[in-house]
Design a protein around this ligand. Structure first.
Ligand SMILES: Cc1cc2nc3c(=O)[nH]c(=O)nc-3n(C[C@H](O)[C@H](O)[C@H](O)COP(=O)(O)OP(=O)(O)OC[C@H]3O[C@@H](n4cnc5c(N)ncnc54)[C@H](O)[C@@H]3O)c2cc1C
Length: 465
């Protein structure tokens, strides 16, 4: 429906993960439907777009990675200008953006691990799942080498990220060859000494946060046996009215229990009712101490006092991600989010009702509500945030920009080697060519080093200058 006073906006979005891209697309559609116009600049600190879809989702999940096809169409439609390799807070300040745009949307997501505060967690051989994920997905800012010399490995956590980490550790490298996994990662995994991966959850088999598809997939990994302990399944009953999801999860566990061991060369053990107490070892990880847990009468999990030491030479904590703050934007360190009310950023870290909304500053995606939920959830997030932004614009609640001119001029003045949408198309084509040229059938092979990505992305503009 045409608006009697059509909007004409300039908006900056920080973060080109799914949340930022959905926000840009929904904003463009919403303003244009009202007969207005909007210019959107989408910044990312990485040279390439797509956030955790490129650098979080596991390489052996091509169907999920395929969501980039619809995000690609949104970025290719011409309403959103991608500006990569620009870190907001370092290369350009939030203030610089607020001076140049009617509104700024923060969609910086999460890339780091949440802390697990137990003794020994800092020992060599103890890793964060997020760092390992970033390594196997070819993130440019993590070391290229990863130590995979442990035969027995513990993964602490009972969510999908724990399963991704356990699956990639247990899988034979040959079964990842057809994926987009970078060559250095493939070589690292080929040399892995792993034989046993142990996944530990604090609660029971019916309290897991795994999705049934991800769980079932574990049982299909070639030459890997799933091992479950009978004691963890004692007195296990589905409550009346349990979800179908839970029924599938239980059926999957029961099928594995009746299948038993097949003599595979690697094993993936799923342990329940184990709360981590300490990582053990003098100069490197030698084991993890757990306290056996049980359900109390009130339904809460409590320690039983029984301690168990499990020998492992490496431990990965997969206990959640922690949001990425932006320099000079408010941040709630306890929750790891930018404080906001339904996407309107507030000055108070206490969240909901007591903070003053900051005019023209919004948040969406994982940095808005915390690092949980699937890619699809970032779309509903964006709809809520954009509805408020558009309402604020209609109510005259945004401060008009005070600096004219293109932000790219500022970036040029500061000699920031920003990348563009055309640059991404060039890098994308290059990675696909590498995949096609490979002796295995691979859709793409990722380019990892940042300078190489930037060089390929900027080749055209450098040739013109
Ligand atoms: C290991 C793992 C596996 C997952 N697997 C699945 C799955 O199989 N299916 C599924 O649906 N979901 C999956 N998810 C969840 C999904 O990745 C998230 O829901 C989604 O990526 C969150 O989107 P976002 O845009 O909020 O954040 P992100 O995807 O993290 O994007 C944020 C972007 O902001 C950029 N940024 C950060 N700070 C700055 C700054 N200062 N300046 C400029 N740019 C900045 C980052 O570089 C990044 O590109 C997985 C998540 C993880 C961690």
């Amino acid at each position: 429906m045409t608006d009697p006073n059509p909007l004409n906006l300039r908006v900056a979005i920080v973060g080109a993960g799914p949340a930022g891209i959905y926000a840009g697309n929904i904003l463009a559609n919403s303003v244009r439907e009202g007969g207005g116009d909007v210019a959107i600049d989408l910044f990312d600190s990485l040279p390439a777009p797509y956030g955790l879809i490129r650098y979080g989702v596991a390489p052996d999940h091509p169907r999920i990675k395929g969501i980039v096809n619809s995000l690609h169409e949104m970025l290719d439609a011409g309403s959103i200008r991608f500006v990569g390799n620009v870190e907001v807070g370092r290369d350009i300040a939030i203030d610089d953006l607020q001076e140049r745009y009617d509104a700024v949307i923060l969609a910086t997501g999460a890339i780091r691990d949440a802390a697990l505060d137990i003794p020994g967690i800092e020992l060599p051989g103890s890793f964060g799942a997020a760092d390992f994920v970033a390594w196997f997905d070819g993130h440019p800012d993590v070391p290229r080498e990863w130590p995979l010399d442990a035969a027995e490995v513990a993964v602490i956590g009972n969510g999908n990220v724990a399963l991704d980490v356990a699956r990639v550790l247990a899988k034979h490298a040959v079964d990842l060859r057809a994926t987009e996994v970078p060559d250095n990662v493939l070589a690292g995994l080929e040399a892995s000494a792993v034989t046993d991966v142990h996944v530990f959850g604090r609660r029971g088999p019916l309290d897991v946060k795994f999705t049934p598809i991800e769980l079932r997939e574990l049982g299909e990994v070639p030459d890997v046996d799933i091992v479950l302990a009978d004691e963890d399944f004692a007195e296990l009953e589905l409550a009346a009215g349990s979800s179908n999801q839970l029924k599938v999860i239980l059926r999957t566990f029961q099928a594995w229990r009746s299948r038993g061991a097949t003599g595979a060369s690697r094993r993936l053990h799923l342990h329940f009712w184990h709360a981590p107490v300490a990582v053990l070892g003098d100069s490197s990880v030698e084991g993890v101490r757990f306290e056996r847990t049980a359900l109390g009468d009130d339904g809460a999990v409590r320690g039983t006092g029984e301690l168990r030491d499990i020998p492992v030479q490496a431990v990965y904590r997969a206990v959640g991600y922690y949001g990425t703050p932006v320099v000079d934007a408010p941040f709630d360190t306890a929750r790891g989010v930018i404080p906001n009310v339904e996407g309107r950023v507030t000055s108070s870290v206490h969240g909901a009702s007591d903070g003053e909304a900051i005019a023209g500053l919004y948040a969406t995606g994982w940095i808005k509500r915390g690092p949980v939920g699937l890619i699809g959830h970032t779309k509903s997030d964006a709809m809520e945030t954009i509805a408020h932004l558009v309402a604020d614009a209609r109510a005259g609640g945004l401060a008009a920009p005070i600096v004219e001119g293109d932000v790219l001029e500022l970036l040029d003045e500061r000699a920031v080697a920003y990348t563009t949408w055309d640059g991404w198309l060039a890098l994308d084509a290059h990675e696909r060519e590498l995949g096609a040229a490979h002796r295995h059938t691979r859709e793409r092979v990722k380019v990892v080093p940042r300078d190489e990505q930037v060089e390929i992305s900027r080749a055209d503009s450098l040739a013109l200058s």
